[in-house]
Every structure is written in structure tokens, then in C-alpha cells.
Ligand binder design. Structure first.
Ligand SMILES: Cc1cc2nc3c(=O)[nH]c(=O)nc-3n(C[C@H](O)[C@H](O)[C@H](O)COP(=O)(O)OP(=O)(O)OC[C@H]3O[C@@H](n4cnc5c(N)ncnc54)[C@H](O)[C@@H]3O)c2cc1C
Length: 333
């Protein structure tokens, strides 16, 4: 559609652009990437936290494959473990962009610690987005009172990318649902007080038969596997969850039966930019190390970064990082 209105000179219609359908496209507002003053301060605060509280301990926890409880206590005090919980329920209540700013700096500090902090937000997001006011008061508010962890239980051994194929079941029994099955690669499973667990309430309906439950992790019938021995993110607790006739109150169902897949996908829409931001932080840290080494390692009488081939490599790295950051920020904007 390109009519009379669209042909009017731009100077004659200041501030009027957004009302036009032709302007409702990807790429609108593309130049407006400035962070607010508050976000710049948040970035600096998080960077200082990453530099002073995370970095000095990152190597040790990674090597020991151990969950960094002491660092987490400090992260809780500052509000990084309750980032996704709205202020009215006692959380930090970050916006998407605030969260991205924070995640990039935490990822710069340590990928594993970042993953565990971010997973708390991943796990609370289904409740924030789809929980009733009573569920939010009952399950979110306590997480803000004392340091506690939550986990998001979607993945199973045979259902990773294709998570509509989950086999864990939930059968209704009076005022309860009885959960059976197992979950794999679940961040914070070994330390979580609360889980959001996805299970099929109707196997015949595939993805539309999946439901989401808020599950206190101390219920009888729940056991958690060992802290997985991963190649990276080692300080982050990743473990399996086994559910054997776990009796979950029916009031802990999020929304209604069959909504689980939508709840999972909407939650991941929020989590993915944060994961991307963490990855940008990790890449930035790697670049900084490479640059430092290139500038201080002397061969043939000069720093190796001064050899053109290495300089090109460093420039390629920072170009890719800048491009990735722009995409991540745009996705969370
Ligand atoms: C550190 C860590 C923490 C995690 N934390 C959680 C958590 O807290 N909660 C949770 O529920 N899950 C968690 N996961 C699981 C994670 O979500 C899955 O690993 C992810 O969904 C991929 O599944 P998969 O590992 O089974 O890989 P697969 O699905 O088996 O994929 C293997 C490869 O095939 C590719 N592939 C798959 N399908 C396609 C396709 N259609 N087209 C092209 N390529 C394809 C994938 O990209 C990948 O490279 C975690 C995983 C890790 C490693």
C-alpha cells in the first residue's frame, strides 16, 4: 500500500510515522539502541560484581565441579537470583533489556555461575507469566525472602530440542496429580526448593496434552541425580530429576491442562535473549584474554598481535561479538 498519505514529505508529518502500517515492519526503531542511565549504572554494578565476586572464584569452582553457594549468597543479596520476579512479589523486577545487560556481565564473569543465576529466572518465568495471584504469592514471594533456587524441568533423555516428545506423565487423582517420569540436564535441580515440571496429562494429544506444574522439590517420590561432570558451565548444578508417584496438589497446575507446551515456549521466548547475552559475555571475555595475550607475547621482536594475520583474527572476533550483541539486544527489546 503506497498511497497519497505515504507520498507526503516526511517533514510535514513529524512524529506521525508509527501510525502507518507500512512502518510496522522489522527494522522499525532500529537506530535507538541507547541504554538508559539506570541501565548503564546496572551494567557497571554487575560488572563490578562479576569482577570482584565471581571472577576470583570461577576457576576454583569450575575445577572442583562444585556449586558456588558462597557467591550465590552475594548474588541473592544484590537481587540477581530474583531478577524475573516482579517487584510486587518482592523480586528485582528487571525488564527484558535490564536482564540482558546483567546477563552479559554475569556471563563475562563465569558461564557456570551465570547459568545458575539465570536458571532461577527461567524457572520463575512460567509462574510470572501464567500463575494466578495466589500461586505467585505462595510460590514466588518465599524465593525473595531467603536465598533459594528454582528449576525448570522440561528436557528429558529422549526429548531435547523436540521437547513435545516428553514422556513424563501426570494423572489426575482427586485433588492431586500423580507425576511419574524423569527429567535430564536440569539446571539447579540439586539445590532447588521449587520446580516447574512439564508432564503429559493426555498422551494422545502430543504437545497439546502437556501441562505445567509447580512442584515443591521436597515432595516424597522426588530424587535428584549427581551434579553432572560437564565440559563447561561446571560450577552450575545440572542434574537429573526422577519422579516416582509424586503427589502434586491440583492447585499447583499452571492455568489448565494442555497449556504446558505454550507455557514452555513463551517462557523460552524470554529466556533465550538472556542465554544469548550470557554467550556474548563469554565471547567478550575470551576476546579480552586473546587481545591481552596478543599484546604481551613477544616474538620476532614485537607483540604477536602486530602480525597482520593475528590482527585480522582479533578484528573478526570483535566484529562477530558486536553483531551478536546487537542481535541479542534487539531480540530482547
Ligand atoms: C548446561 C545445560 C543446562 C541445561 N539446563 C536445562 C534446564 O534447566 N531445563 C531444561 O529443561 N533443560 C535444560 N537443558 C537442556 C537443553 O535445553 C537441551 O540440551 C536442549 O534442548 C537440546 O537438547 P539435546 O541436548 O537433547 O540435543 P538434541 O536435541 O539431541 O540435539 C543435538 C543436535 O542436533 C541439532 N538439532 C536438533 N534438532 C534439529 C533440527 N530440527 N534441525 C537442525 N538441527 C537440529 C541440535 O541443534 C544439536 O546440535 C540444559 C542443557 C545444558 C547443556
Amino acid at each position: 500500500m503506497y498511497g497519497e498519505e505515504e507520498r507526503r514529505p516526511l517533514s510535514e508529518r513529524p512524529g506521525n510515522f508509527k501510525r502507518h502500517k507500512t512502518n510496522q515492519n522489522l527494522g522499525d526503531h532500529i537506530m535507538d539502541f541507547a541504554l538508559t542511565q539506570e541501565q548503564l549504572e546496572l551494567k557497571e554494578l554487575t560488572h563490578q560484581f562479576a569482577a570482584n565476586e565471581i571472577r576470583p572464584h570461577a576457576g576454583e569452582y569450575d575445577e572442583k565441579n562444585e556449586f558456588p553457594m558462597e557467591v550465590m549468597k552475594k548474588a541473592f543479596e544484590i537481587g540477581f537470583l530474583t531478577s524475573g520476579i516482579p517487584v510486587e512479589y518482592g523480586g528485582t523486577g528487571f525488564s527484558n533489556v535490564d536482564n540482558i545487560v546483567v546477563c552479559e556481565e554475569l556471563g563475562w564473569g563465569c558461564a557456570g555461575m551465570f547459568t545458575s543465576m539465570m536458571a532461577n529466572t527461567l524457572a520463575t518465568t512460567p509462574i510470572v507469566l501464567f500463575g494466578s495471584d495466589e500461586q505467585k504469592k505462595e510460590f514466588l514471594a518465599p524465593l525473595t525472602k531467603e536465598m533459594s533456587f528454582a528449576c525448570f524441568g522440561l528436557t528429558e533423555r529422549e526429548a531435547g530440542s523436540d521437547n513435545s516428545m516428553i514422556r513424563t506423565t501426570a494423572r489426575k487423582d482427586g485433588d492431586y496429580y500423580i507425576l511419574n517420569g524423569s527429567k535430564t540436564f536440569i539446571t539447579n535441580a540439586g539445590v532447588a526448593k521449587l520446580g516447574v515440571i512439564f508432564a503429559s496429562t493426555d498422551k494422545t494429544r502430543g504437545a497439546r496434552g502437556i501441562s505445567a506444574f509447580i512442584v515443591p522439590m521436597d515432595l516424597p517420590g522426588i530424587t535428584v541425580g549427581k551434579h553432572e561432570n560437564k565440559m563447561g558451565h561446571r560450577s552450575s548444578n545440572t542434574a537429573e530429576i526422577y519422579l516416582d508417584e509424586v503427589k502434586v496438589p491440583a492447585k499447583n497446575l499452571l492455568r489448565r491442562e494442555g497449556m504446558g507446551f505454550i507455557i514452555a515456549m513463551k517462557t523460552l521466548d524470554f529466556a533465550r535473549p538472556a542465554v544469548g547475552a550470557g554467550a556474548v559475555g563469554v565471547a567478550r571475555a575470551a576476546y579480552e584474554e586473546a587481545l591481552k595475550y596478543g599484546q604481551t607475547r613477544i616474538q620476532f621482536g614485537k607483540p604477536i598481535a602486530h602480525f597482520q594475520h593475528n590482527a585480522f583474527k582479533l578484528v573478526d572476533m570483535i566484529t562477530d561479538i558486536e553483531a551478536a550483541r546487537l542481535m541479542v539486544y534487539r531480540s530482547g527489546w
